[in-house]
Design a protein around this ligand. Sequence first.
Ligand code: CAA
Ligand code: FAD
Length: 380
Amino acid sequence: MDFKLTEEHLMIQQAARDFAQNELLPGVIERDEKQIFPAEQIKKMGELGFLGMMVDPKYGGSGLDTMSYVIAMEEISKVDASASVVMSVNNSLVCWGLETFGTEEQKQKYLTRLASGEIIGAFCLSEPEAGSDATSQKTTAIDKGDHYLLNGTKNWITNGSTADVYLVIAQTDIEKRHRGINALIVEKGMPGFEIGAKEQKLGIRGSDTHSLMFTDVKVPKENRIGEDGFGFKFAMKTLAGGRIGIASQALGIASGAYELALKYSQERKAFGTEICNHQAIAFKLADMAVQIEAARHLCMKAAWDKDNHNNYDLSGAMAKLYASQVAMDTTIEAVQIHGGNGYVKEYHVERFMRDAKITQIYEGTSEIQKIVISRSILTK
Ligand code: CAA
Ligand code: FAD
C-alpha cells in the first residue's frame, strides 16, 4: 500500500489548484449571489482537460485515472462547488456512461465533443414523482420502429439549459418494470423538447438546474444506449461512479471551509490571544482535520476500487455518505469559528455551508446511500 501521490497526481492537483485560485475564485461570490453560470470558466476547464478527465484520448479526453479525477474535483470544489458539479456530471455521468456503454457512432458523434468540453451534457433520471424511487419512471419512450416517441417531465436537471446533449431515462415497456426502461441521447433543439424555468436554489447557485419537458419528441433508435431495456441498469452503474465524484465534491467543500477557518483562527484575536489558542476552537479544528482526512481516504479508496476494476458500489456509497456529512459538519463549524464574519458573504464560509447541503441530496440522498450500503453488507 502506498499513500504517496504520484508525480502525475501532484501535477494535476497543482494545475487544478492554480485554476481554482486564478480563474474560479474571482467572481465566485457574485456568481453565487446572482445565480450566474460560470460559462467562461467551464470553457477553460474543457480546454485544460477537466471535463473529460477519464476519457480515452482517442475520444478527446485526458486519459487519466479516477484518482486524478478525485484529486481535481477536491481542488475545484475547495473554491467553487457550482463549477465542480458541472465537472462531475459531465465526467462521471455523461462521458463515462457514453464511453462505457455507447456505440462507436455515438462516441464519435457526442463523446468527442463532450470530453473536450466543446459542449456539455446532462443526466436526466429524476422526475416529479421519481426521485429516490427511481424505478417509478413516468416519462415514456414508446417504440415506433425507427424511433422512440418521448413524453414526460424531468426534474432538477443540472446543466439543464447549458447542456447540448441529454441522457434521458424513460419507460418503454411498463409491464417489464425497471427492465423495460431505456436510456436515450436527446439533443437540445429536437422538436417537442422544452426547458423549464431555472430553479432558485439555496446553494450551488452558479449551476443551472431546470425541469425539462418532452412532448412527442422523436428520438432516433440509434440514440438508445445499450440493449433494449438496459436503461435502468445504465443509470445505476453510471451513478455508482457519479457518487465518487460527488463524494470528492463534498470533500473539497469541507477542506475549502476548513482551510479558511484554520487561517482565520490564527489571525483573529479574542481575550488577548489568537482564537486558535482557545481549546474549544483548537478542538473544533482537530475534529475537522480528522474527519476530512477520513473522508479523503474513503474517496480515494473508492477511486482505487474503480481504477482496479473492483466493484465500487459499496465504497462509492460509503464515500458519498460520509464525505457529505463531513461537508455539512465542517462548514457549520467553519461559520462558527468565523463568528459574525462567518455569516456574511465576503468570508466565503456561509456559501460553503449552503453548498454542502446538496451533497446529502443529489446522486442519491444519504438515506439511499444507507440502503445501498446495508444491502451490500447484508448480502456478503
Ligand atoms: N449496478 C447495476 N445494477 C444495479 C445497481 C448497480 N449499482 N443497483 C441496482 N441495480 C439493478 C438491480 O440489479 C435490479 O435489476 P434486476 O432486477 O435486473 O437484477 C434493478 O437495478 C432494480 O434494483 P433494486 O431492486 O435494488 O431497485 P430499488 O427500487 O430497490 O431501488 C435504489 C434501488 C438504489 C434505491 C435506486 O432506486 C436509487 O439509486 N435511487 C436513487 C436515485 C438517484 O441516485 N438519483 C440521482 C439522480 S442524478 C443526480 O442527482 C445528478 C446530480 O444531482 C448532479
Ligand atoms: P424524495 O425521493 O421524495 O425523498 C424525500 C426524502 O425521503 C429524502 O430525505 C429521502 O432520503 C427520503 N426517502 C425516500 N425514500 C426513502 C426510503 N426508501 N427510505 C428512507 N428514506 C427515504 N436528478 C437528475 O436526474 N439529474 C440531475 O442532474 C440532478 N441534479 C440535481 C440538482 C439539484 C440542485 C437538486 C436539488 C437535485 C438534482 N437531481 C438531479 C435530483 C436528485 O437526485 C433528487 O432530488 C434526489 O435523488 C432525491 O429525490 P427527491 O427530491 O424526489 O426526494
